[in-house]
Ligand binder design. Structure first.
Ligand SMILES: *Cc1c(COP(=O)(O)O)cnc(C)c1O
Length: 331
């Protein structure tokens, strides 16, 4: 299978906003859109996106995971970027109809169909650095993806960065292109200098998240993760994992955690750390790098609780375990 996110279905769903109206959505070739080089998004980064998945079940049905949550976040991102207000029902219909069209192309587990709704400001005006785009394009791309852990889940090396920030603080809960651009330089520098896979941004010691995933700490029967605030992206996977942890009888603590506590707890053999996000579900963290010192997390290997939480979420997504929270939508 091609590298994650490089293969696309031939058509995408597209709607455009102008004169205070969304056009009727249509299916068009997914390899081109037409836009003026002065388009708002190309200069002032009026862009946001979502990432969710559709899963193929043994009974032949195709099921989308927690689409309502992604639509709420898409609406929030668009609003906070002063993009035109999205019509959630329209976007839901666009997603469902497109996935239906490519039902036969949804990979079997452990693969899935990754769904990428995207919203960009298109007004051709380079004079609007401090004004919103009054026109936009909203499209939905489909990308079949394989087993994220095909090469084995090697625990990650994570740099704890107490000085840098992932993005401007008021942009934290927007899934927007500019935030990844903001984090890219520091991440490349961390790869280069200490062979870190990711940076865990911890401004002033406050453990937040990595460039594109939330962070959770597991200490025995307790799951600890930062409580929701405006500084970081509210992951659907984070919420799902916390819900599953509660279902399994674990204690879930949503609260601030500082670097000192993180390093302190990491010494214990039954402590695990993981990154959560739609693409990889839960990825184990084996090493923290802090002030040029390496700290092994627990045993340094993928922890049993991490693997169990990931398996449980996968089993629900793949229809192998009861969907007691009604997370799946059959298309
Ligand atoms: C997408 C993303 C996440 C994970 O969100 P999910 O809904 O779980 O996929 C976490 N942090 C950032 C910065 C993200 O962009």
């Amino acid at each position: 299978m091609a590298m994650f996110g490089t293969e696309f279905m031939p058509e995408m769903a597209l709607t455009s906003y102008s004169n205070n109206n969304w056009s009727k959505a249509e299916h068009v070739a997914s390899d081109s859109i037409s836009m003026h080089p002065g388009a708002h998004v190309l200069h002032y980064s009026s862009t946001c996106f979502e990432g969710l998945k559709a899963f193929s079940h043994a009974d032949g049905s195709i099921n989308i995971f927690r689409m309502d949550q992604n639509l709420n976040r898409f609406e929030q991102s668009s609003r906070l970027l002063s993009l035109p207000e999205i019509d959630k029902q329209q976007v839901a219909d666009m997603i469902i109809e497109l996935v239906r069209k490519y039902k036969a192309d949804v990979p079997l587990p452990p693969g899935s169909m990754y769904i990428r709704p995207t919203h960009i400001g298109t007004e051709p005006s380079i004079g609007k650095a401090a004004a919103p785009s009054l026109t936009s394009l909203l499209y939905v791309l489909l990308s079949p993806v394989g087993d994220y852990f095909a090469g084995g889940a090697k625990p990650l090396r994570i740099l704890l960065d107490e000085k840098g920030v992932r993005c401007a603080p008021h942009m934290g809960m927007i899934k927007s292109g500019g935030n990844y651009a903001s984090a890219l330089g520091p991440i490349l520098a961390a790869k280069d200098s200490v062979q870190a896979d990711q940076i865990l941004f911890c401004p002033d010691g406050d453990v937040q998240e990595t460039g594109a995933a939330n962070f959770i700490l597991i200490d025995g029967n307790e799951v600890i993760t930062k409580a929701l605030d405006t500084s970081f992206l509210h992951g659907v996977t984070r919420d799902s994992v916390l819900t599953i942890a509660k279902d399994l009888g674990m204690t879930v603590s949503e609260r601030d955690i500082c670097v000192e506590e993180l390093l302190d707890r990491a010494k214990k053999p039954n402590v695990e750390a993981a990154l959560s996000g739609t693409a990889a579900v839960l990825t184990p963290v084996g090493t923290f790098i802090h002030n040029n010192i390496e700290h092994q997390v627990g045993t340094g290997k993928a922890g049993n609780t991490t693997l169990k939480l990931r398996q449980t979420l996968n089993d629900i997504q793949w229809g192998k375990q009861a969907d007691t929270h009604n997370w799946l939508l059959k298309v």
